[in-house]
Design a binder for this molecule. Structure first.
Ligand SMILES: Cc1ncc(C[n+]2csc(CCOP(=O)(O)OP(=O)(O)O)c2C)c(N)n1
Ligand SMILES: [Mg+2]
Length: 281
């Protein structure tokens, strides 16, 4: 992959738009899904895959690749959308989403899908797996990094914080945690269910190089990923991304209780049109 030059966010905008489109088209196949999350995290995925990470579309297992670990298996639709845009999966996969014998199960599973590094549906485990992978990479003398996408709901799991302590203890500067702080979990708003604020101070106290950005602002994301790469101290890095559920489709942004979204049959095309309209503005 040729990284997008610094400052060229137009290409990244197009990537993020394509990721949102792919996700909506997969959602349409099933009529429901974790659509609002795919829309909120598309900008982060665009910057991860098309600015920050090294990978090869024709060789997803290339030893020198950076690894993207999805702890949150239910966000699989979002990662599939990015992997299609990356050419690791193909547009023909879209129609198979969530079907029997599909390579794209509704919850992400490593054994089924090229580019899916871990099976992450049991929340709170991904960061521990990432710590182990980072230790292994260092011992092998590899320069590869591990990017672990976590959700704010996962911050309510004690295992996440055990892993956070270990990562600092082992000085894992090859680990980049990304928190999708969308203020949503299964039963309601994260800040009401179990608040993990103040987030910046917490991660910093755990010994991480910590940044907090608007996760739907490509320029802020690019700067944060660049700073995570350039930071000189031997400490793990975290980018806390404040995001908006349903981002890019106005009537989905406004919908409440959007953890698992059912969208009426006639609304999918409206959603795609709304997305395209927003991109033209
Ligand atoms: C260990 C574990 N507990 C509970 C669940 C059930 N579960 C699936 S998604 C989810 C919500 C977690 O919060 P978050 O990922 O922030 O939700 P979102 O932003 O997607 O709405 C829960 C509790 C699970 N998958 N794993
Ligand atoms: Mg959440």
């Amino acid at each position: 992959m040729t990284p997008t030059p610094h400052g060229d966010n137009r290409q990244l905008e197009q990537r993020a738009h394509a990721i949102r489109r792919n996700a909506l088209m997969m959602g349409k196949v099933q009529g429901q899904g974790y659509i609002a999350q795919a829309l909120d995290i598309a900008d982060v995925l665009a910057v991860s895959y098309f600015h920050a990470m090294n990978w090869r579309a024709d060789d997803p297992q290339w030893e020198g690749r950076d690894r993207f670990f999805l702890s949150i298996g239910h966000y699989a639709i979002a990662l599939y959308a990015a992997l299609i845009e990356a050419g690791i999966l193909t547009p023909a996969h879209i129609e198979t989403y969530g079907g029997d014998d599909s390579h794209l199960p509704m919850s992400g599973m490593a054994a089924y899908t090229p580019g899916m590094e871990i099976t992450g549906g049991s929340l709170g485990q991904g960061l521990s797996v990432a710590v182990g992978a980072c230790l292994g990479l260092k011992r092998k003398g590899s320069k590869s990094r591990v990017f672990n996408l976590l959700s704010d709901g996962e911050l309510g799991e004690g295992s996440t914080w055990e892993a956070a302590m270990s990562a600092a203890h082992w000085q894992l500067d090859n680990l980049v945690a990304i928190v999708d702080n969308n203020n949503q979990q299964a039963d309601g708003a994260s800040r009401q269910m179990l608040s993990s604020e103040p987030l910046h101070e917490k991660w910093q106290a755990f010994g991480w190089f910590t940044q907090r950005v608007n996760g739907n602002d490509l320029a802020e994301l690019v700067a944060a990923f660049d700073a995570a790469r350039a930071h000189p101290e031997p400490v793990p890095r975290v980018i806390i991304c404040d995001t908006k559920m349903g981002r890019g489709v106005s009537f989905l942004e406004a919908r409440e209780r959007n953890h698992f979204m059912r969208v009426d049959a006639d609304e999918w095309d409206k959603a795609l049109a709304d997305l395209d309209e927003g991109a033209r503005r």
